[in-house]
Design a protein around this ligand. Sequence first.
Ligand code: ADP
Ligand code: NI
Length: 216
Amino acid sequence: MKQQIIEQTETYVRSELGEDATGHDWYHVDRVRRNALHICIQEKAGDPFVIEMAALLHDISDEKLNESAAKGEVKLDTFLKTISLTSEQVDHIKQIIASISYKGGRQTELISDEAKIVQDADRLDAIGAIGIARAFAYGGKKGQPIYDPAINVREEMTYEDYRNGKSSSINHFYEKLLKLEGLLNTDTAKRLAESRQKIMEDFLLQFSQEWNGQLL
Ligand code: ADP
Ligand code: NI
């Protein structure tokens, strides 16, 4: 029964996100699901079914992929009503998804192990080699520069700044990506983040050396 629900959810998510090129494609969702289940097993924490469902659905209601946050929520609700879940499971899945976003995650204490694990899995996919690729894919799609020396590295940018593209993809590492390692919840994710952090740091160093002609 659970396997059938997972397969139904996979089919739905594939059809909703398949064409997205901003870094929220099906393969991102699949990696988040696999990372989350790995963390769940290693930490011996959380309900694997709820974790897998929340991971699969975590980007469906994202404001960036919907006309509005409200419309995104309706979309998620509508799908959740079509599958056989208990109302506790539905509430938990929705609560995890609402609490894991970077915005939400900064402000609210995560209440469940499942939320902590799915948030870690999503954050792991934003760093490392894949994180580098996703940042430039997203930046390109938004028409923001790869790097612009005129844009100061600013610690705090508002969500509106992001949305209006007043940044550069290199700047995004300083605004967000380099900070994610320190925000992880589980020891398993912290271990996985080490090599991912290193490749980002090495990349940024090499990038600035090439930019400044220091390797000539
Ligand atoms: P998530 O999958 O965690 O919901 P986001 O929606 O915040 O991630 O972003 C999707 C991807 O796009 C991530 O890899 C993120 O680093 C990248 N991204 C988001 N905002 C920017 C930006 N302003 N510049 C470059 N990359 C960005
Ligand atoms: Ni995501």
